[in-house]
Design a binder for this molecule. Structure first.
Ligand code: HEC
Length: 109
């Protein structure tokens, strides 16, 4: 294999990796969209009331799954169903990325 072919293959592999990282949603866009969520879940997803789950630091795919399940009706909760009603898949991905990027619970050892 020529040197040129190898470098093209490497560039391709890099593009795949960075593409996978971006597929998780846009943190900055998620922050803007999260203003409505802050009332209950807190600005950084660290909710103060025990009734509202803490979202900060949770895995993005876990958060996205929860949001999609509310939207599809697989998970039923009148409050959250209303919240996701007008969200697109991209919105939910951005929100999941934003809350996942926040500081999560610190577990004492
Ligand atoms: C009016 C209060 C309220 C608002 C506003 C709100 N939520 Fe929630 N959220 C809740 C409650 C209550 C639950 C727990 C529902 C249940 O038991 O399934 C919840 C659950 C969740 C969960 C599941 C968490 C878990 O660990 O299972 C996610 C994810 C979530 N909310 C995201 C959001 C996002 C994103 C927004 C903004 C678009 C938002 N919420 C706005 C009250 C709210």
């Amino acid at each position: 294999m020529s040197r040129h072919v190898i470098s093209v293959l490497c560039a391709g592999a890099l593009a795949l990796f960075s593409g996978a990282a971006l597929a998780g949603g846009d943190v900055a866009a998620g922050k803007e969209k999260s203003v409505v969520c802050a009332a209950c879940h807190g600005e950084t997803g660290d909710s103060v009331a025990p009734d509202f789950p803490k979202l900060g630091g949770q895995h993005a795919d876990y958060l996205l799954r929860a949001l999609k399940d509310y939207k599809l009706g697989n998970r039923k909760n009148p409050i959250m169903s209303a919240q996701v009603e007008n969200l697109s898949t991209a919105d939910m991905e951005d929100l999941a990325a934003y809350f996942a990027a926040q500081q999560g619970l610190v577990v004492k050892r």
